[in-house]
Design a binder for this molecule. Structure first.
Ligand SMILES: [Zn+2]
Ligand SMILES: [Zn+2]
Length: 149
């Protein structure tokens, strides 16, 4: 989960959280321009920097859109690259082509299920890995519970 205190301190100090909309409002709302941030001598829009920090990289030429329509909001949950749909489509192609999990299980053989990433994207998950994780979890619980062998 993304929380406002994860922001870099110098940004966090200037942010007010709107308790109703959960907007992270940076500085004054009436400013004509988006606030920006100095990184390595260059200036980039602050909301873009924050988006990249919390969610991930933005391809060249893609703009970050404010879903809440408040220019000085930097809550990553309220930000979305305007080419999101296109990204989703590409992502689905990749997902459809995925035949093996990161640990090398063949998905067609062990089975897979779909789940959504934190960003709301659909991904394939390996059932064998999920079963492994479940087993490890149960084992660790077993070890740590007193009075059982
Ligand atoms: Zn917002
Ligand atoms: Zn696997």
């Amino acid at each position: 989960m993304i929380v406002v205190s994860q922001l870099p301190l110098k940004v966090y100090r200037k942010v007010k959280v709107d308790p109703i909309t959960e907007c992270w409002l940076y500085g004054k709302e009436k400013k004509k321009h988006y606030p920006d941030l100095c990184i390595n001598g260059g200036r980039i829009p602050l909301h873009r920097a924050i988006y990249e920090m919390f969610v991930g990289g933005i391809e060249d030429g893609h703009e970050v859109d404010h879903l809440c329509r408040r220019k000085n909001c930097i809550n990553p949950v309220h930000l979305e690259p305007v080419t999101h749909l296109e990204n989703m489509r590409r992502y689905h192609v990749l997902v459809a082509l995925k035949t093996h999990c990161v640990r090398g299980h063949e998905l067609a053989a062990v089975g897979w299920y779909e789940s959504r990433s934190r960003e709301g994207w659909l991904k394939r998950c390996c059932k064998a890995c999920a079963a492994d994780a479940q087993r490890r979890y149960l084992q660790s619980r077993h070890r740590h519970s007193p009075g059982r062998v």
